[in-house]
Ligand binder design. Structure first.
Ligand SMILES: [Mg+2]
Length: 162
């Protein structure tokens, strides 16, 4: 089966969470909204590189529904735990991802920073998975056999390994 869709977790995968929380704190933010500068610097170049390969792209994570607005211009579809009413690592979350991706589970890759919340449940739901090891959970070892990358810059060439 050919890979057709790549779906990204949001916190620490596309968005630099630690820096964003610092910004919100510094600005005494009362409404927590992402901005372009909150994205990891490798996020948009990675999306562009995958697009040139003809892949359909999505972003879905455990987050407020209003974050979908920020992500929508960058991908083909978005999803949030708040709108779907279900959170990772629940299998139902990944069933929603498959539905939104409009492709068989085996043709969808989920990319996330966490083994417990992203990679393991995605694989259990029949999706493919790649872990980007960074952020607050970077110290956690990937189980054997899990394709693990250090940044999204490495993602395009890692696609051949899942
Ligand atoms: Mg995350």
């Amino acid at each position: 089966m050919a890979l057709r869709v790549v779906v990204f977790d949001v916190g620490e995968t596309l968005v630099n969470e630690a820096a964003t929380y610092e910004r919100w704190h510094a600005e005494s933010a009362t409404k927590f909204v992402f901005a372009e500068r909150d994205l990891h610097s490798d996020a948009l170049p990675c999306l562009a590189a995958l697009r040139t390969r003809g892949l359909r792209l999505g972003a879905a994570g455990n987050m407020y529904a209003h974050h979908e607005e920020f992500l929508r211009p960058h991908v083909d579809f978005v999803g949030s735990s708040e709108r779907w009413g279900v959170q990772k690592p629940d299998t139902e979350f990944f069933a929603r991802v498959v539905e939104a991706a409009a492709a068989p589970a085996g043709e969808i890759l989920y990319v996330g920073d966490r083994v417990d919340n992203d990679v393991s449940p995605a694989l259990a739901a029949g999706l493919r998975a790649i872990r980007v090891r960074r952020g607050a959970h970077a110290d956690v070892e990937s189980p054997p056999g899990i394709v693990t990358i250090g940044s999204l810059q490495e993602l395009p060439e890692a696609l051949d390994r899942v």
